[in-house]
Design a protein around this ligand. Sequence first.
Ligand code: FUB
Length: 458
Amino acid sequence: MKVSTILLTVLTLASVLAVLPAAHADNPIIQTRYTADPAPVVIHGKVYLYTDHDENHATWFVMKDWRLYTSSDMVNWTDEGSPLSLKTFSWAEKDAWAPQVIERNGLYYCYAPMTQKGVGMSIGVAVASRPQGPFHDALGHPLVHISPLDIDPTVFIDRDGQAYLYWGNSQLYYVKLNRDMISYDQKVGIVKVPLTVAGFGKGPRMMPGRTTYVEGPWFYRRGDLYYMVYAAGGIPEFIAYSTSPGPTGPWTYRGIIMPNHLPHLAFTNHPGVIDYKGHSYFFYHNQALPGGGGFDRSVCVEEFKYNPDGSFPTILPTSKGAPPIGHLNPFRRTRAATIAWESGIQTEELPAAGVCVTNPQNGAYIKVEAVDFGGKGAHTLSVDVASDQAASSLEVHIDSVDGPTVGMVKIPNTGGLDKWKVLSSAIHGAQGAHDLFFVFRGAPGSELFNFAWWKFGN
Ligand code: FUB
């Protein structure tokens, strides 16, 4: 793409973003925490989105745990808590950075970079029997360490069963993983990928003699073409990609996917690419949440279509995000921490209750998108809540936060924020497909109640 075309695209985008109504935004897709470095994977028909986690008000990368969110419709994301943290690795000191998870033979392997005490960034591997974890350190020491910039592992199993782990900042390395996924072919050893201009593009002026490759590689195959998508070009980073006829190169530079210098993008970026239910998705991070910044980032997603020759289109960040694919069934028990958008709540893992919605104040709300109440509609709503306040309520609206009220559950003092009670109430007028809004009401300035799950009845 010509520089003038990129500039025009950037300017057009800037004006489009300026007029997009924030109230309808679904990007960033996680609002309850700052999340970065998305690592999506499809497991048993569901998207598992692993992220790392920027602590609030950070002035450097302050990152202690990894988080997991799941979705079946690409708009409602369920907070599954933290499946692993620095505490998982006895040798870790700090810096829970960009992870990736892969399944093999019914086990789930998480490759994660972190600072090894007294050594520098190294990559560990943890294993779990469920994608939700808990993950356990598989080795008790790092899997690979070759430089202080050993970060951003990306893992892929090819059709012949050979698994590859690529990683690295400013230099790309790989190993051929053994079938156990926790050791690698020592004869091949750690391979340094030749970063040629033909393979990875010419770096900008501030990176003399270098290619565009910086970090955050995301490796996969589509048909017979192998893709390496990565953060590129120095700071602020754009996302570029290279392709190859084989898993170990030779690589050909294919250009920019997501430009930099766009409103709300952070100085870093990190790709994650999946196909799901016949659609293609590009995950990245920005700094668009209130209080956001380069060290308080947020994961986003856009839907895209590959060009017929397998090349990427230019993907621009939007505040709208990907459209829903399918409807959420409200007659199944749904965790309250299933959220398309929220305002004024938190999520927290509570003993005996799992990940719940906590700390809502008067006027806080949760939006659940594309909920199908069917032709017969819903007539009851049950919610599992715990409260130490006398007179709170949960209003149920459809279409918008101040749209028609279809019901209201009175929430009494249940005996404490850990005393759970299932309460039910009548619902009127919830029929067909709508966005659903739970609005929290109660004494201003108070933490109203904890909310574990909800279920409509007909
Ligand atoms: O999140 C910490 C580091 O910033 C990641 O490992 C890089 O990819 C960049 O996003």
